[in-house]
Write a protein that binds this ligand. Sequence first.
Ligand SMILES: Nc1ncnc2c1ncn2[C@@H]1O[C@H](COP(=O)(O)OP(=O)(O)OP(=O)(O)O)[C@@H](O)[C@H]1O
Ligand SMILES: [Mg+2]
Length: 350
Amino acid sequence: MKIMNVKEIAQELDLTQATVRKKVSSNELPILQAGRAFISTETGLNYYKFTQEHKITLDSLKKKAKILSFVNHKGGCSKTTTAYTIASLLQSFGNKVLLVDLDPQGNSTQSVLEPFLDKDGITLPYPKTIKNLLLERKEGGEVGIKRIKEVIQASKFGFDCIPCDLSLNSIMPDLESSSFKEVILKELLNEISSEYDYIILDTPPTLGFSVVSALTASDYVAIVTLAEAFSLLGVEQTVNLINSVKSQNSVLARPRQMKILGIVISKAEMNTNISRHFVNELQNFSDERNITLFIDDIIPKTTKIPETQATGELITIVDPRGDAAISYFNIALLMDMEIKKDRIKEKLSN
Ligand SMILES: Nc1ncnc2c1ncn2[C@@H]1O[C@H](COP(=O)(O)OP(=O)(O)OP(=O)(O)O)[C@@H](O)[C@H]1O
Ligand SMILES: [Mg+2]
């Protein structure tokens, strides 16, 4: 993957290096920071050109969060890693981002928030999580911005986060018995939509309440998969689930679009025949259904990712020149561009 330094970025954009640095500090030009150096990619420059071209329209858009969920009911295929890495990149491009953890395993929460400690340094559960909001809303309470803000925490990486932990499981029977269960989350997120550009949902590896609620609330969906047999099956089942939730939701007032933004391939070992075979299978699958496959930006398997999770860091900060960071950077740019294009279309059609 070709990486450009400031000199090359300046040459490509016909700007001085000083102007490039100014545009980086005003968030106009997306970059990855490698020590004191800035780096970018062709996709980064295309993003810059696109946002400059549509600057007036983009600046005139009101804040109204687009909701994007990361799904695949197959476990361990990098949903969480991808959700919070993309959340941090979208924030670094100048968007205001909220990450909502909907998985009782709480892996997003553990990855992006400082632990909640008592005065003796003992780790305690977060006092308020998504569970409290869902339960209060289900019981018919007014859960407005003020209440939701009491649960929102600032993450280590610049964006906000609504945490989750195992206690979400304890209210599942209650939620499942509610006749309007799937729209509880959609309505909750509506309340804070004017505060953010993006609300990112990290979902558990199930087909239950959390995932159906996340889809029901989502304008966009990204499917994350490994290049292997069971994950491919998971992608197919996830696409079927999205279609079935879409058709069930057609009776709702203002149903969400649930547009599939694309399929992200993670933990790939492209030097093995098996990974290459399943990437081909994914290509056929996505071509047949006209779904984007981020094939030029496959996330490679690297021990650096679990290492960053052990040290509480981000791959884009620890190893910005590595293929994993560069692929995530490009995918986040492509997603942001696609959504901004849709917003421009929406604006022009109104
Ligand atoms: N590119 C990668 N290379 C190597 N390991 C990775 C990579 N991406 C994620 N991992 C590791 O894979 C494991 C699963 O990742 P992650 O928790 O993001 O998956 P998940 O789909 O959210 O899992 P779950 O279904 O349990 O929610 C973690 O241990 C993580 O460190
Ligand atoms: Mg997860």
